[in-house]
Design a protein around this ligand. Structure first.
Ligand code: GAP
Length: 512
């Protein structure tokens, strides 16, 4: 089996080679943790966005969309808590001058100890086979007990240091003798908080320019528009406002390709509910969002919930939907019960009332909010990495195939004339002219047909339609299915229905 690291490298190089993702401004050697979506990537990303939008806005009568500006009044970020509390704890190495997230240094150290325990468990499992009782083993094996209790102790001391005193985090780093991962030096500065928001200026003159921030989440654009939307749309609680758009964070540990970026896109929905009913809706949205992910068919085993034990100051419940990325289970989406924290804070800072008159209760209140927030780029990575497969074929060769959910594939069908003569290209182009109103289709006449199939497999195109000499006689073509490589002979007039059946959002979303 290929190593996780190799699989991930393969994902990154495939994304570049086949025109999905390029490093930003690559001619200048790129910009760290910023990426451009290329000709195929932009289609896949658009399709994921549409799949989300359709399921959230179009399929729910009580959810409407919004496209708020990226630039917002700076007080927004004071009210939301981002100016004071949207920080990462950073530590510098005095010798290498490299900067690290102090909590990540400790977490990585702890994870190595956890891995030692896991290795012992796996060794024992292999030794005892079916008779292995993991629960008994981890509670009786002295070495495993020692590793796991050390692991837990480090994480709990880190959590305490992070909330009480960052000096304790530095002390922990020194006590564990954690070294700079790149140079081995243990010469550390103190741990300091570093705000993740990018600043910018509005206005021309240096004196009068106003300090602004690039939004670090799209959610606040929804909160400040809550009453505008509710009144102009005559919305009744419970209702939701959904938005997709760019967010910016000056991430220090920016690694793992498009998993953690400095400029990324979020798909967020804030659901406004009666105070006291938030837990009911929190559980509703947890389930609904997981079902949305599962509808894409990437495998149930690749998802899990991580319920937060330690909650942010504004939340009374929170969970992540974690996905099994090539580097392990990590957060893909957050579902947060945010109470009335944000609306109340905006009331306080703006001096305006952000309340709803509930005609059934005959009273005014500040609604509670349940948020669903998923990163579009992380969704892209989840879908892309899981779909990329090397398949052994019966003839002993292998093929690289991008088994994207057909509904998300950038190109739905490629039309290939078997040869570049005898009128076959003309028929192929006629088929394209007809299909392109409904689907993104491509024409390809270069190379032998087998190579063209392989290329479309690597791009994730669900269908290849081949026009050959029989087409001239009976107006039939072969249609090849990407995943099974099965070929059927069908009438040209049947093509639209066959493609539609596999790629229609309706058919996929009905699986929710
Ligand atoms: N409004 C809530 C919010 O922003 P978050 O957990 O900070 O919550 C939500 O972010 C989602 O946005 C994450 O689950 C992740 O998918 C995505 N995300 C956050 N930071 C990101 C980054 N630096 N790069 C890519 N995606 C990111």
């Amino acid at each position: 089996m290929a190593k996780q690291e190799d699989i991930f490298k393969n994902v990154v190089s495939h994304a570049k080679e086949y025109g999905f993702i390029f490093p930003s401004s690559e001619v200048y050697d790129g910009l760290s943790a910023v990426y451009d979506y290329a000709q195929n990537g932009v289609e896949l990303k658009k399709n994921i966005r549409e799949y989300w939008w359709k399921s959230m806005v179009q399929m729910n009568e009580n959810i409407v969309g919004l496209d708020a500006a990226i630039l917002m009044h700076p007080t927004t970020w004071k009210a939301s808590g981002h100016v004071d509390a949207f920080n990462d704890p950073l530590i510098d190495n005095k010798d290498s001058k490299k900067r690290y997230r102090a909590d990540v240094l400790v977490e990585d150290y702890a994870e190595k100890i956890n891995q030692k325990a896991q290795k012992e468990i796996e060794k024992a499992r292999a030794r005892f086979g079916d008779a292995f009782n993991e629960e008994e083993f981890v509670t009786t094996n002295a070495r495993v007990i020692e590793y796991l209790s050390k692991y837990k102790e480090i994480l709990s001391r880190l959590a305490k240091g992070m909330s009480d005193d960052l000096q304790d985090v530095k002390a922990l780093i020194e006590e564990l003798e954690i070294a700079d991962p790149e140079t081995g030096s243990r010469n550390w500065t103190d741990v300091k908080q570093f705000n993740l928001m990018f600043g910018t200026k509005l206005g021309a003159s240096a004196d009068s320019a106003m300090d602004l921030y690039l939004r670090p989440e799209t959610a606040q654009g929804i909160f400040v528009n809550f009453l505008n939307v509710q009144k102009s749309g005559r919305m009744k609680v419970p209702f939701g406002i959904a938005q997709t758009g760019k967010a910016f964070r000056n991430e220090i540990v920016a690694r793992q390709f498009i998993f953690r970026m400095r400029e990324f896109e979020q798909m967020e929905m804030q659901f406004f509910v009666r105070p006291g009913e938030e837990m009911k809706w929190y559980h509703h949205w947890k389930e609904a969002r997981l079902n949305w992910h599962l509808s894409l068919g990437l495998g149930k085993e690749n998802y899990r919930f991580h319920d937060h034990e330690k909650l942010a100051h504004y939340a009374n419940a929170a969970a992540d939907i974690e996905f099994n990325f090539p580097f392990g289970f990590k957060e893909l989406e957050g579902i947060h019960s945010r109470t009335d924290f944000d609306l109340k804070a905006h009331e306080q800072y703006s001096g305006r009332k952000l309340q709803y008159f509930d005609p059934e209760l005959n009273e005014n209140y500040v609604p509670y909010v349940v948020e669903t927030s998923v990163g579009l780029d992380r969704m892209f990575l989840a879908v892309f990495a899981t779909s990329l497969q090397e398949e052994a074929l019966e003839d002993g060769s292998t093929r690289t195939v991008l088994k994207l959910p057909a509904v998300l594939a950038p190109t739905k069908a490629a039309v290939l004339p078997l040869v570049k003569k005898d009128g076959l290209p003309e028929i192929s182009k006629k088929i394209i002219e007809d299909l392109k109103w409904d689907f993104n289709v491509a024409y390809d006449e270069k190379d032998a047909v087998g190579r063209r199939y392989r290329r479309q497999d690597a791009l994730g195109t669900p269908f290849c339609i081949t026009v050959d000499h029989q087409t001239l006689e009976d107006e039939t073509v072969t249609i090849r299915h990407r995943d099974t490589m099965k070929q059927d002979r069908v009438k040209i007039t049947e093509l639209r229905a066959i493609i539609e059946n596999e790629v229609s959002m309706k058919n996929w979303l009905m699986k929710m």
